[in-house]
Design a protein around this ligand. Sequence first.
Ligand code: MG
Length: 375
Amino acid sequence: MTVAAVIVAAGRGLRAGGGVPKQWRDLAGRPVVAHALAAFAAADRRVLVIHPDDLDRARPVAGDALIVPGGQTRDASVRAALDALAGTGTTRVLIHDAARPLVPAAVIARVLAALDTHPGAAPALAVTDALWQGADGLVRGMADRTGLWRAQTPQGFRYDAILAAHRAHPGGAADDVAVARAAGLDVAIVEGHKDNLKLTFPDDFARAEAIIRGRQMDVRVGNGFDVHAFTAGDHVWLCGVRVPHDRALLGHSDADVGMHALTDAIYGALAAGDIGRHFPPSDPQWKGAASRIFLAHAAALAAERGYRLAHADVTLICERPKVGPHAAAMQAALAAILGVDPGRVSVKATTSERLGFTGREEGIAALATATLVAG
Ligand code: MG
């Protein structure tokens, strides 16, 4: 599966004020477009569709995104982006309005997941307010809100299907769901999010800044602790690295005590229980399992809930084997599983001065701390 994100930023809307098109206005220190691009950092490739007049604005924020000049209408702009993706191996495309800069990762994940079973999927919120018909300042009637949804983006599609739909469409569609439906494609509705607001009026910017401030405050710290006893063997697994030793660690899985402590720290930060809850030791399928499965699950759960790992710190407590020569490899192994820069992962070790069970070399203990940040 190769996912491309198309960020549509070619509009000229000036209703939001500030004298520049709204997608180029500053929001918490950077242009709105930069926030929207960052929300899709996990995509395999990104396309930024702009008005040709905005090229100088786009270059500094585009990063590795492909800049494509848009057309006269929204659907012409999307079509230009889809054409630019031809031959790149893209299988799924997420088409997103730059004016929705705060789309949560969980919404993107829901759209992508729905594409496993549908050719199209898009987020929306059910209409909960009463709907009135009004004229001349008076309520003239009530409208039934049953089955009504407020559409959001990203609207996701299987690439070949939406490209063909756009090529066949006469133009003038309100959005890509309309284009898809005109081509007979089913579009699944997935749950949107209230933070995925569309910046339209000046007040919307103040609301968006408040949401960003709230996200920056949502920092979670979890801790984990684990112990495994030594048994007969010739190596131990520690933080994803096979370390030669005159003993092995006893455990239901590969007994990677450091990775278990770190996995529990992430679950702890999410208030999501521990390894035993997600991978019950009573279930034979986890016997001998590589602990990377547990850590990858915890990392995916964090991403699904809208958190990224800001930092992790693991301390191994043992007299032997010596951890120092392997610490850099452990740091790299954990960072690769977590999908973060190795500079965000610390692995260190200490002895317990020959005191207690670790001092008597009966086993190894590990402590871990994980810091997750929303957004
Ligand atoms: Mg364990």
